[in-house]
Design a protein around this ligand. Sequence first.
Ligand SMILES: Nc1ncnc2c1ncn2[C@@H]1O[C@H](COP(=O)(O)OP(=O)(O)OP(=O)(O)O)[C@@H](O)[C@H]1O
Ligand SMILES: [Mg+2]
Length: 252
Amino acid sequence: MSMGRVFAIAGKGGVGKTTISALFISYLAKRTGKIVLGVDADPNYNLGDRMGIDVQKTIGDIREEFQKSADETSEVSKQEKVAYYLQTSTQEGHDFDLITMGRPEGKGCYCYINSILRDYLDEAIGKYSSVVIDNEAGMEHLSRLTCKNMDALIIVADATAVGLKTAKRILELALSLDINIKTTALVVNRIPEGMKAENIPEGFSAVYYIPCDETISRLAMEGKTLELESSNPAYMAVKEMADDLLMRCKGK
Ligand SMILES: Nc1ncnc2c1ncn2[C@@H]1O[C@H](COP(=O)(O)OP(=O)(O)OP(=O)(O)O)[C@@H](O)[C@H]1O
Ligand SMILES: [Mg+2]
């Protein structure tokens, strides 16, 4: 069984993780001709929105329903439950599937949803040729990351000195954890026209630059699906990033 590539997108709040995830998923599907799995691992999810999917059910929602309807002590194995959760929460796009993690009900903890997702991701990398995980902001979630093996950890940052320092900190934390990361990338996003990013930290295997783009801003303001022309500069930059990352992950 050939294994799919897993790309995890991280970074501090509002830097463009979801935007880049959405564009990356679209391009990967186009380029590979295969269905890509997108995973929205942000409890405050919106990857579906950006990709034109009306998210009906998150894993969190399904679990809650299940808990209400079924006796938790019944003879349903965890495996059966997991299969049910995932089947019900996977939503199909034109050339991608999307799973939205959601949040645990009430004061519940994330452990259960995380463990479901972790089991599933192990399975999914056998089923899909690429998996893209859009993560929650910050670095707290890194320690409870659902995926312990990834081909690339992509850290998104804004083009400021402080933003880039944060990205470096996230990288250092990730590398100190028990996660197997094959390659790391820094994405400097929203670079204003005519400016060059400075203060690029060392330590990333690759650095990519994405320009600030008016069409992205407009679509976000209008609440429209993120669809860009193939000639759009930001899309072209994501395409370049994707092509390079695929090349780096080839001989793994
Ligand atoms: N290259 C870009 N050019 C213009 N606007 C952008 C660009 N990248 C992202 N944005 C805008 O910045 C805002 C934040 O982007 P996004 O939601 O992708 O960030 P995020 O890191 O996923 O945020 P969160 O931490 O809340 O999940 C959005 O309104 C998005 O449209
Ligand atoms: Mg986001």
